[in-house]
Design a protein around this ligand. Sequence first.
Ligand SMILES: CC(C)(COP(=O)(O)OP(=O)(O)OC[C@H]1O[C@@H](n2cnc3c(N)ncnc32)[C@H](O)[C@@H]1OP(=O)(O)O)[C@@H](O)C(=O)NCCC(=O)NCCS
Length: 154
Amino acid sequence: MIQIREATKEDIPFITALFRDTIQNVNSKDYSEKQIEVWASGANDIEKWEERIESLYFIVAEQDDTITGFAYLKNGNYLDGLFVHKDYQRQGIASKLLRVMESYAIGEGFEEMRSDVSKTALPFFENHYFDVIKKQKKPFKGIVFQNYLVSKAL
Ligand SMILES: CC(C)(COP(=O)(O)OP(=O)(O)OC[C@H]1O[C@@H](n2cnc3c(N)ncnc32)[C@H](O)[C@@H]1OP(=O)(O)O)[C@@H](O)C(=O)NCCC(=O)NCCS
C-alpha cells in the first residue's frame, strides 16, 4: 500500500540517500561516470533540500515506513524532481506521485504541467502523455547534461 504525504525536514536523510542511490544505480545507465558523480553530489547540499521542503509542494511515497519515492513542484506546475527508490522501480510509485502533482496543479488553476526530464525518465513521461518540446543540453556544476523539456495539458 503506497501512502503519499507531504515531506518534512526529518525525511531529509532518507530523501537524500534515495536521490544518491537512484542516480548511481538507475540513471547510471544513461549518463557518464563524471555526470553521475556531479549529479549525485547534489544529495550533500542539505540546506537546499531544507529550502525545497519549506518552500515547494514536496511529497513522499511511503510503504511500510520506507520512503520509496518523492517529487516536488515549483511555481505550482513545474515538476522539478521525481525520484523512485532503486529497489522499487516499475511498481507504479512515480505514476502515483505524478497523479497527486497533477491534481494539485489543477487545483491551483493551471492548465499545463512542465518538466525538464532525464534520458532515463523520458519513457515514463511519454507513457504519461507528456510531449517533448525540446531536447537540450543543460550545464550543472560545470558539466553538461542532456535532458528534455516536456509538457502536458492538464
Ligand atoms: C522515471 C522514474 C521516476 C519512474 O518511476 P517508476 O515508479 O518506476 O515508474 P512507474 O512504475 O510508475 O511507471 C509507469 C509506466 O511508465 C513507463 N516506464 C517507467 N519507467 C520506464 C523505463 N525505464 N522504460 C520504459 N518505460 C518506463 C512504463 O510504461 C511503466 O509501466 P509498466 O511498468 O507497467 O510498463 C524512475 O525510473 C526513476 O526514479 N528514475 C531515475 C530518476 C530520474 O531520472 N528522475 C527524473 C528526474 S529528471
